[in-house]
Every structure is written in structure tokens, then in C-alpha cells.
Design a protein around this ligand. Structure first.
Ligand SMILES: [Zn+2]
Length: 98
């Protein structure tokens, strides 16, 4: 019955990942499939997915790339990033002035 147990686990993770994805405004089906195929990683990805979009961002002064606020180095040009005075609002909430 090992196969049956795997199916139960995959469906459980699939449902959990799908629900998390749906709550976060993404596709239930996509996250269901991802979480069912790679149970633990898929679910974690679904949970992490939106938090990345909710991060405050700022612009690299050298190359202009939009970086995450917590990044210490620009991932494109390698410029060291000072902690900024102002941040660009999160991608998921562009109207909020922060
Ligand atoms: Zn840069």
C-alpha cells in the first residue's frame, strides 16, 4: 500500500498548495499540480510566492534594477546597496505610499 500512501500525501499537499495559491490570487490548479508533484517544495513555493511580491523594493542607483529592500548587493551589477531612505511600494500593493 506504499503507492496508496504516496497518492494520499500528494493529494494532501496538492490541496494545501492549491488553497494557498488560490488565497494569494494565483491559480488553484497550477499550485495543486506543483504541490502534488513535488509535495514539500511545491507547498513551500506556494507559501513563499506571494511574500516575495509583498517585499518592499528599491532601485539600484547604478544600473536602475529593482532590487528587494533586504538585498545587500545588486544582483545585476553588484553595487553595494545602502539601506534606503525610501522604498518602492510592494508590487502587490502599488498604491500604498511607504
Ligand atoms: Zn545594479
Amino acid at each position: 500500500m506504499a503507492g496508496g500512501a504516496y497518492v494520499v500525501i500528494a493529494l494532501s499537499f496538492g490541496l494545501a498548495g492549491g488553497i494557498v495559491g488560490k488565497i494569494k490570487g494565483s491559480s488553484f490548479f497550477i499550485w495543486f499540480v506543483i504541490s502534488a508533484v513535488v509535495p514539500v517544495i511545491g507547498l513551500l513555493t506556494a507559501i513563499f510566492y506571494r511574500s516575495e511580491r509583498d517585499e518592499l523594493r528599491r532601485q539600484c542607483p547604478t544600473c536602475g534594477r529593482i532590487c528587494m529592500l533586504h538585498d545587500a548587493l545588486c544582483v545585476r551589477c553588484g553595487t553595494e546597496l545602502e539601506f534606503p531612505d525610501g522604498a518602492i511600494a510592494a508590487e502587490s500593493n502599488p498604491s500604498a505610499a511607504r
